[in-house]
Design a protein around this ligand. Structure first.
Ligand code: NDP
Length: 330
């Protein structure tokens, strides 16, 4: 079983007198900065002067350049988009690190795939929420916490574990318990979820929409019955609360029989092979290289793929149905 850390395992006292900076004031940066401040730790924001830094000013933070924030802090939270971080690290961060500093990542990606190799004199740690930025803030404010993983890649101070747990506690990340992983495991799991589970679900949804619309069901009813009603979201939320099988009892007996008796038909060997090959490409670093090249070229393939899908009938119909539903609600 994995080790799980909770609030009682961490000592916030370790953060006293340590200057903290948050680099990047985007989705995760803003939430983490607000959480740290509400835990009574002052935070300096490092960001280029633009709309994100304006938001940070408005939220009442001191904002400075990334390089200056790093020089003026002992604990540096690196909260930039993953594909961007290595370049910014080289230009604005590496030179400002000093012995005893703690470099905190929110994703294992850059260290796991070798894009960033921090100097041997800093602690390199991970507090990786399994939640979007908004969820990290909401979980803190509501006191429910949020799922999270923690890791240490480099323990220069001999205190890296105690320090990462202190940072995680101040962020509200230990409230529900944080799972100990390695940077590599966190990065691989995160990418697998994005590249295997979600595309497979998209593909299943797309096929179901095509089958039902081919059979002449009204579009509104098709979208509603498959996911727009929110029933699917509710079922998935019950999976996480109760477990997949226990939550079957929430369905009618007809529903339970339907699910269980048809399950085997959808077990595809091809799916296993695809997932294996996706995982292989993640582990070998091939995906990370592909994504670095895509970033270097300014995302041509990402834009293209999205545009192609947006022009397909099913997703255009979806937007029409949504617009119709919103109009009816007014
Ligand atoms: P965002 O895309 O929201 O980050 C935007 C921030 O990055 C802004 O402050 C932006 O400032 C800055 N930025 C973007 N490009 C550059 C650049 N070239 N140079 C300098 N600054 C730049 O990222 P997220 O908050 O989504 O992700 C941050 C980290 O959190 C990542 O490691 C991610 O994996 C992790 N994470 C994110 C989750 C999420 O759901 N969002 C969930 C779990 C982890 P500006 O444009 O002014 O430069």
């Amino acid at each position: 079983m994995a080790v799980v850390y909770r609030d009682e395992h961490a000592d916030l006292g370790l953060l006293l007198n340590r200057r903290i900076s948050v680099i990047g004031y985007g989705n995760m940066g803003r939430s983490m900065a607000l959480n740290l401040r509400d835990s009574a730790f002052p935070v300096l924001i490092g960001n280029q002067a633009d709309t994100y830094s304006f938001q940070a000013y408005q939220d009442g933070f001191e904002v400075t350049s990334i390089a200056d924030a790093v020089v003026r802090s002992d604990v540096v939270l690196l909260l930039l988009p993953d594909e961007v971080t290595a370049q910014v690290y080289l230009h604005d961060i590496a030179a400002g690190l000093t012995p005893g500093d703690t470099l905190v990542f929110a994703a294992g990606y850059n260290v796991a795939f070798g894009f960033i190799e921090p100097p041997p004199f800093v602690d390199v740690v991970l507090v990786a929420p399994q939640a979007v930025g908004e969820g990290v803030r909401d979980g803190y404010v509501e006191g429910t916490g949020y799922p999270c993983a923690v890791a240490v890649a480099q323990d220069a101070s001999g205190q890296a574990w105690a320090r990462v747990l202190a940072v995680a506690k101040a962020l509200g990340a230990l409230h529900r318990g944080a799972i100990e992983l390695t940077f590599q495991q966190e990065a691989e799991l995160d990418l697998f979820m994005q590249q295997a589970l979600l595309p497979a679900l998209h593909s299943v949804l797309h096929t179901a929409l095509e089958v039902l619309s081919r059979e002449g069901f009204p579009a509104e009813a098709v979208f509603s019955s498959l996911y727009m009603s929110g029933e699917l979201g509710y079922i998935v939320s019950k999976w996480s609360e109760m477990g997949v099988l226990p939550s079957l009892q929430l369905h009618s007996r007809t529903g339970q029989y339907g699910i269980l008796s048809r399950l085997e038909r959808f077990k595809e060997v091809k799916l296993t092979r695809q997932m294996d090959s996706v995982l292989d490409a993640i582990r070998s670093g091939d995906f990370a290289q592909e994504w670095a090249a895509e970033y270097a070229d300014n995302y041509p393939r990402l834009d293209n793929l999205l545009r192609r899908l947006q022009s397909t009938t099913v997703w255009q119909e979806e937007q029409e149905v949504l617009a119709q539903l919103h109009q009816d609600q007014r």
